[in-house]
Design a binder for this molecule. Sequence first.
Ligand code: ADP
Ligand code: MG
Length: 405
Amino acid sequence: MALRTIESLGDLAGKAVVVRCDLNVPLKDGRITDDGRIRASLATLTALTDAGARVVVVSHLGRPDGAPEPEYSLAPVAARLGELLGRSVAFATDTVGESAASVVAALGSGDVALLENLRFNPGETSKDAAERAGFAARLAAFGDAFVSDGFGVVHRKQASVYELAEALPSAAGLLIAAELDVLDRLTERPSKPYTVVLGGSKVSDKLGVIGHLLPRVDSLLIGGGMMFTFLAALGHKVGSSLLEADQIDVVRGYLDEAKRLGVTIVVPTDAVVASRFGADAEHEVKAADSLEETPWGASGLGLDIGPETSAAFAEAIRSSSTVFWNGPMGVFELAPFAEGTRAVAAALTEVDGLSVVGGGDSAAAVRALGFADEQFGHISTGGGASLEFLEGKSLPGLEVLGWQQ
Ligand code: ADP
Ligand code: MG
């Protein structure tokens, strides 16, 4: 079954429409360092204001613990959203309290408001379905209809993603539709060779993905934090690098499974090892089997793939017809450890076929390193959501909008 579209909601002129966006942008000292997710939400918001709707935008930011935390306020996002939309965006200082009620009541046709961070309320991410439904009902009271467009959260059963879509007439927004178009091309007979590149720091989350991806891909390139669990599985010492010791056997299983399936898993042959975590830390390139043979011994940290690995990854990527990449190859935020990520990003821009970058930090990384969005086939706003889709999992936030794989 297909997703319900905005058209299915009928004439929206004068109607109040609650829109779930993913405006979870990276912030540094209260300033937005990458506004990609805000820009990605504009198409739907503009379509709704053009239709004359009264638009109530809701989103989360970061991971506050069910109570207001000023550093996770969406206030800077409201200001940036207003600049990008070219109209003022009213900001409510709470989610379902007095401020939200009065901001929503003051909206005219074509106006836009943003409510404060949904995760300031414990109902948003509660494990208790009744508590989520209770919070969703209070959000639903602000609208005549609901548009779900936060692609980055569709794999989560959360109040504003799932229960809210049940509480009001609901449909998918244009961003979700566009993201699914691309992901469909990656799952329905992707043109071969098909390479997936995995990195980043959410190691345990992403290790689980590999088992599902193996039967679908030709090559899997492993960088970022998860490379060390692979190196450990191959018998190498990894010093104080990120390691999921309890996953080493699982990873050995993946390596065996890959052999059986004829899938190539490319594990780094070298890494950049640092004395400590910091931009001015001393660092050396070491072969994968001698990561502890530095002046810092077992306290050294692997913070990037090495140049030999970068070259091998770049070659594998360039010779593929379909590439999906999630997770930076190293700690790209610190200049000495950004080269692996830069090499992979550059190779993706040269793919003759479909290249997709997925993940909040991965998207921020390619922009921070000076690449333009247009150099890639697609930059997805959702890392976890894209991966779960590629694994063939059912995503609650899509199913509730009528989607079936
Ligand atoms: P995404 O948001 O793209 O899905 P993740 O959230 O999983 O990616 O990971 C991004 C983070 O991974 C970055 O902040 C980066 O610094 C970190 N990272 C990458 N490689 C390493 C490493 N070797 N050690 C520690 N952190 C790493
Ligand atoms: Mg991330």
